[in-house]
Design a protein around this ligand. Structure first.
Ligand code: KG4
Ligand code: ZN
Length: 338
């Protein structure tokens, strides 16, 4: 089954064609990152406009690259939530038009389910059940993936997402948007014990997390140094910050492995590209005899291939939308059938 998948929830316009959920025939991305950089973050109106400009040409490019004709496409999939509402709407409207014109099924995909499915592409043998640490710009959670379209959330962040904190701290340090990757790179030359930063344990659920205290502590440290004219050890601060984020995430995954007995652990989302988190997770899971699944960096960030992968399983579970499909800025990953 050839699925043409569309992703436009943030600042990447992407179209991919994926066969049977696992084989990526093409993965086309038009990134807007450079455009938003001068503003220090994504400007929603500009994002929507650029998605409209790019999406038709990208779909044509996808067909050309694969040599497939429109009649060879069996379904259209699209990220329908969550994301910047104007941006998601562009993808949803394009997908509806394509499904209507080609008379093919329309498959709605939750963006975060897509991130998790990036692992199906990277690891063709990976099957549920498994645990997944989801860390992106807007989401942070530990989930038990019980089936391709069924999951149980063990814990989430109660405030900021991990990616948000990386970006905020990087921005205050003067790094270009999105700062997570730049902060990660700078951290590699730093001493991770240089600055003491908090690891908070919020609420009653041991799997829940909080990053706002860590973010505030890092920002206060930077502002205080500025005020008193103290030179900061930037690599040391980046390393200390990355260690604090990783120490918030990884022990909870360890607990999840111990409590569920699941020995397959995946990681998903843009922050899954972080070298410190990857290394710590790998080391911790090795001690437990668990197997770690980490998508290559190209599949950690936003892309349409992951949407096409998840769409295959959504379709099989009967999740098909009609022309009333809408876009949503927020929506639970557990989502009801549409
Ligand atoms: O999943 P994603 O592409 O978009 C959302 O769905 O939110 O995640 C983007 C986030 C940004 O916050 C970006 O700074 C962060 O992922 N990111 C990283 C790294 N690469 C991307 N954060 C830390 N270390 C990295 N190497
Ligand atoms: Zn994403």
């Amino acid at each position: 089954m050839n699925i043409l998948a569309v992703e436009s929830s943030c600042d990447e316009t992407a179209v991919a064609i994926v066969r049977d959920g696992r084989e990526v025939l093409c993965d086309c991305i038009a990134s807007q990152v450079e455009l938003h950089r001068i503003y220090g973050g994504v400007v929603p109106e500009i994002a929507s406009r650029k998605h409209i400009e790019a999406i038709y040409a990208l779909a044509d490019q996808a067909l050309q690259q694969t040599g497939l004709a429109r009649k060879d496409i069996d379904a259209i999939a699209v990220t329908y939530a969550p994301g910047l509402i104007g941006a998601v709407l562009v993808g949803v409207n394009f997908a509806k038009a394509a499904a209507l014109a080609l008379d093919k099924p329309l498959i709605p995909v939750h963006h975060i389910r897509g991130h998790i499915a990036a692992n199906y592409i990277a690891y063709p043998d990976l099957k549920p059940p498994f645990l997944c640490l989801v860390v992106s710009g807007g989401h942070t959670m530990i989930a038990e993936i019980t089936d391709y379209t069924q999951m149980r959330i063990l814990g989430t962040t109660l405030d900021d997402a991990a990616g948000e904190c990386f970006d905020k701290v990087a921005r205050v340090l003067g790094m270009p948007y999105p700062g997570g990757a730049a902060l990660d790179k700078t951290a590699k030359n730093g001493d991770d014990t240089r600055y003491p930063l908090p690891r908070s344990k919020p609420g009653a659920n041991p799997y829940d997390m909080s990053f706002s205290g860590l973010k505030t502590a890092a920002l206060n440290l930077i502002h205080h140094a500025e005020q008193v004219g103290e030179m900061l050890d930037i690599p040391g601060l980046c390393a200390s910050f990355s260690a604090a984020v990783s120490d918030t995430l990884v022990p909870r995954v360890v607990r999840a492995v111990e409590e569920t007995g699941l020995k397959n652990v995946a990681i998903a989302g843009g922050v899954a590209a972080n070298s410190r988190i990857r290394a710590d997770l790998l080391a911790a899971m090795e001690k437990l005899g668990a197997t770690v699944y980490m998508p290559p960096l190209s599949l950690c960030g936003d892309n349409a291939a992951m949407i096409g992968a998840q769409a295959y399983y959504e379709y099989q579970s009967g999740n098909v939308a009609d022309m009333h499909l809408n876009a949503y800025a927020t929506k639970s990953i557990l989502g009801e059938q549409i």
